[in-house]
Design a protein around this ligand. Structure first.
Ligand code: DX5
Ligand code: ZN
Length: 216
C-alpha cells in the first residue's frame, strides 16, 4: 500500500474553507485531517461541530478526526453523526481507553489513539489489537507550524515492532512538522499516514505540494 497523505485543515484559510476543501477533494490527498481542540487538553481552541457539518457536506474523502479534548467519550456519537470516518482520542485523556475504543467502533468509526511526544509506545502493548490507527505526535499538540521532534523515528520503529509482534493491523500516522525533508524517512521507518498542515497550506501551490508528499 502506498502511504496516505492527510492534509490538516487547521492550516486552511477559514475565510475560504469551501475552496480549500475543494482543493483537497481534487488533489492526490487521501484523507482530511481534522483537529479538534478544547482549550483544556491543549492550550488552543480550534473549531467544532459547525465545521464538521461543512466537511460532512463538502468533503468527499475519509474524515480523520483528531480529538485533542478531555473526556472524549461525551462526544463520540456526535462525531459519528457529523461524518467522522475515523476518531482518534489521546491516550493521555482516557482513563478507560479500551472502553472508549469499543465505543468508537460501535458508533461505526475507525478507532485511533494519539500519543503525546512524552508517552511511550510500549503503553499500547496490551491494547494493540484493539486499535485501528496510532497517531504519533511529532510535535506537542495544540498548534500547526511547529518543528518536528526527531525522537519520532525511534517511536515509529518501536511501534512497527510492536504491531508485528502482536499481530495488530494498526496503521501508523505521524502528525506535526511533516515536510519534504522528513517524509521519505518517516515512511521508511514504518509510517503509513502523514499529516501535513503548514507544509501544504503555506506552499504557493498546495495541490502540487500534496502530489510531492504523495510521491516522495
Ligand atoms: C497539532 C495538530 C496537527 C497540525 C499539524 O496539534 O494535531 O494536526 O495541524 O500541523 P503542521 O503540519 O503544520 O505541523
Ligand atoms: Zn492533528
Amino acid at each position: 500500500m502506498s502511504h496516505i497523505i492527510a492534509p490538516s485543515i487547521l492550516s486552511a484559510d477559514f475565510g475560504n474553507l469551501s475552496r480549500d476543501i475543494g482543493m483537497i477533494n481534487n488533489s492526490e490527498a487521501d484523507w482530511f485531517h481534522v483537529d479538534i481542540m478544547d482549550g483544556v487538553f491543549v492550550p488552543n481552541i480550534s473549531f467544532g461541530f459547525p465545521v464538521m457539518q461543512v466537511l460532512k457536506k463538502l468533503a468527499n474523502k475519509y474524515l480523520d478526526v483528531h480529538l485533542m479534548i478531555v473526556d472524549p467519550d461525551r462526544y463520540i456519537t456526535k462525531f459519528a453523526e457529523t461524518g467522522a470516518t475515523g476518531l482518534t482520542v489521546h491516550y493521555e485523556a482516557c482513563t478507560h481507553l479500551h472502553r472508549t475504543l469499543q465505543a468508537i467502533k460501535a458508533a461505526g468509526m475507525k478507532a485511533g489513539v494519539a500519543l503525546n511526544p512524552h508517552t511511550p509506545v510500549s503503553l499500547l502493548s496490551d491494547i494493540a489489537t484493539d486499535i485501528d490507527m496510532v497517531c504519533i505526535m511529532s510535535v506537542n499538540p495544540g498548534f500547526g507550524g511547529q518543528s518536528f521532534i526527531e525522537n519520532t523515528y525511534r517511536k515509529i520503529e518501536q511501534l512497527d515492532a510492536l504491531r508485528k509482534q502482536s499481530g495488530s493491523n494498526l496503521l501508523i500516522e505521524i502528525d506535526g512538522g511533516v515536510n519534504t525533508d522528513n517524509a521519505r524517512k518517516l515512511i521508511d521507518a514504518g509510517a503509513d499516514i502523514l499529516v501535513a498542515g503548514n507544509t501544504v497550506f503555506s506552499a504557493s501551490d498546495p495541490s502540487a505540494m500534496i502530489t510531492v508528499l504523495k510521491n516522495v
